[in-house]
Write a new protein. Sequence first.
Lengths: 794, 290
Amino acid sequence: MASARLGRVEDLALITGAGSFVADVRLPRMVEMAVLRSGVAHGRLARLDCAPALSLDGVLAAVGAGDLVGVSGFPDFIEAMRPIGTFPLAVDRVRYVGAPVAAVVAEDRFRAEDAIEAIEVEYEPLDAVASLERALADDAPRLYEDWPDNKAVDVTRRDPEVAAILASSRVIRASYRMHRQAPTPLETRGSVASFVAGRLTFWTSAQSPHIVRTTLATALGLPEHSIRVIVDSVGGSFGSKTHVYPEDVLVAWLAMRLGRPIRWIEDRAEHFMASVHARDQLHELEAAIDGDGRILALRAQITCDIGSGEVFPAGVASSFVTAGVLTGPYRIPHAEVGVTCVVTNKTPSGAYRGFGSPEAVFAMERLVERIARETGRDAIELRREMLLERDSLPYRLPSGSVVDSGSHRECFDRAVELGLDALRTARTERPSSGSTRLGVGFATYLEGVGASYFVTTGNWTSHEMCTIRVEPDGSVVASVGVTTTGQGVATMVATVVAEALGVSRDGVRVDMGDTDRCPYGIGGLGSRSTIVASGAIGLAASVIREKALAIGAHLLEAAAEDLELVDGRVRVRGGGAAVSLARIATLAWVRTLDLPDGVEPGLQATAVYDAPGIDHRPDVHGRMNACATYTNGSDAAVVEVDVETGRVEVLSYAVVHDCGRMINPPIVAGQIRGAVAQAIGGALYEEICHSPEGQPLATSFMGYLVPTSAEIPEIVVEHLVSPAPGTPLGVKGAGESGTIGPAAAIANAVSSALAGCGVDVTATPLSPSAVRRLIRESAMDCAPDACEIEGAQV
Amino acid sequence: MELIQPISWEDALAAKAAYPDARAIRGGTDLMIELGAGDRLPATILDLGRVAKLAEWSLDDGHVVLGAGVTFTELIDELSCELPALAMAARTVGSPQIRNRGTVGGNLGTASPAGDAHPPLLATDAQVKLASARGARWIGIGELFAGPKRTTLEPDELIECVRMPRASGSQQFSKIGTRNAMVISVCSFALAIDPSRRRVGTGIGSAGPVPLVAEEAGRFLEGVLTEADAWESGAPLGESAAARFGELVSAAARPIDDVRGTADYRRHALAVLARRALGWARGARDELIG
């Protein structure tokens, strides 16, 4: 595209300090909310007395669950899940440290926090369920007394042939565990509510303003037209702000009751306890293989620890995604996959960039390496024999996902080249000392993008809307339902609109994140915005183009079929007479007297787009194609492992990526680099851990170690382009894919570096302590001299 | 809350005598984090930031006297030759902003088992001057730590300065943190070889309730250096001596399992750090002394 290399349209405001984040919203007479949170992981709420807080100077309200008159709990829509009935404040039980118990409003945050301490609360402690394994134990305490166990979800997609194939083949079994992580956006959550003349205005940091509006309307019993949700600048989210949280309802309800604007900004300690976690999942795999190690059938049990589940929506759907893409870009004819989501006394889990895919790829790519080792095959060759080739597309995975397009084999081959080159360079630049080993690891993946939101929420599906208006002077406004949390979505929208209408990108203003101004949208999530927004933009733009050509034909006294809309003008094809879009728009809105007969005033159009071929529910066999299309990629990591200290350093990282046609390649590359950095953090440094009593042990950035620039190597990104056949511009999604490969590629690289020691990585994170334990527990002697520098597969 | 900001050291000591519960603050890199994390506000804060004398250091008869208010950045910029291990430790503290604010005295006063300055101060046999309105006393650095985040200071005492010999031989500091920087150490180790006194000092951090000295390891290495007549020569000591030194350092640790690492890992890693520190110390010897 012509403007593909221009900078981002959103940057001027952000770099000049003109961005407006929710914490920047300051309203006259605004007061602050603070939340009393449970300090115990599991307990009965024996006593709650807010009166002592109310008596303090400057305190306007102090409420518990019983005070929330007229508030409904969050609805449970997900069909495969047991209802939880989450209420904004603890009713009779607390189920995680950080659970909201009471809310206070005071003149400022300082007074509000002091008042929180004055509230009298007593818990009768209950035994905590602090791990997935404990949740499944027969004698485990139950979080929800009316449930027979702690399983929120327990479903299996059957394949009757899998058992027979497993019985008649060589079977490789393995279990892979990914640890609990947190999305940790730089900007925490926050909301400001103002209730004036019966209308609620709600500023928040969210990915789906319309879903916030609909959910607030239900929770508060307000007509939806009485609520305006505004999402302006957002400082990152990574999935965490797709959810609607208890505090959102509390801020809105208290603003309505008190008649004063109320603000709540989550602090970082709260964020670690009260915003969603993710990835805490176990994968038990059994693969039937042929004589060459190729997988004939796979049986998998996926078990996810979703914490208490008390968030809207509860975090079960990422496990469905794991099940959907588990077989990856491989030709594996049969798979039977069970998904169990257990509740535990931890912070509710939810959406995190990658959403079940990093977990799937970690498990699958480790399994392929294990099969290669046990069958004496080269893992690279084994992958090549199983990878989808272009001539096998479209390919229906056992899950029902239809892989429509992609460059699975080419991406992998190129990543292997880059990885081996990088290993050679590393050997020259970092010759091994006595204790360091070099290793290279690969991962290949596909990612469903533009997914049905029904799977995640039990409502909504996959559509998106756009309104384009050409103003009288020819400038253009595009209002969209997708949103941005910093990715550059406005740049994407402006670029697509500009191309579709033949105007300059600067001539397009993008309007998003305001439910009063923008059409009802699902929002910016699930690597969908480019697909769905460009689809809706294309449809709306074609209506405008047709009308502009009709008016142009009248002005130019030419036939509309002989005209084209380019460079801001309607002109006769091949050059010649032309009239500016500005003049046409002036006619449409202002000089309406001059419009040709039969042409209505106005130059705007609204369109809705829904990508074809998406299933929202599984068929009778449990199969479904939940996504608009499939992005693919392959990663190569080179690591240096110090076998004495267990320290892993990622020396180089390469991604070969294919998201179809790209609107703005630098933005795509930036998304991939950022996502890789985030996932390197997840693979090596970041861990949300709990004591056996369910107490969180990482509640600040001192304990939760996100990577710094010192940990992230240069990330090489190369693009291949396999346009999606089913999307209007051939585009796919790119916001999440960078997070998918690193855990697998780094684990494979560490295993390769330590192949001489017989180390088999089956869990993340690969902290120094964990790597040392692997070395110590390995069967083979890992004295420095015993280890070969060569990676097993090179 | 009351805030006291004395200008002179005498006023500071008087204030501490009058308000023995007052929490002293200088750079604020520990106390402000505690307050930010929701800890109870102390009734009185004694801000030592205006006491100019604390920010000074001087040389005295082969020793360095380091005011409690000397920052990590100043240590790095001004004392890398005189106090190499301490300067190395200072380089690993936090971020540039933290190093600009954080002080040696604050590190000692907080008495975290993970305080980065502690192992080098232990390894160099630093003396700490504790002052009060009643007078002053010197104690060995090892006597300062009473337990995790607890010191043996009397309620009316403040840390005035530390004093340790200027390096006459090789010194090393190494630490393991899960991440490269801005991280609380999993464990750390400092080594100071002092040929002029025929003394090997050690210090272990993050592997016990208080920072520890590996005394047996130090004595062992002193014996090896003497036997090999290698105090001055810098001759290699051999793998087995290095390994034994590592084992003895590891044995001196009293670690626990926590979020950052297990006790087993810490013991193992300390042996590695100690062996490596010794290797670096011998390799670096000629440059430093030469």
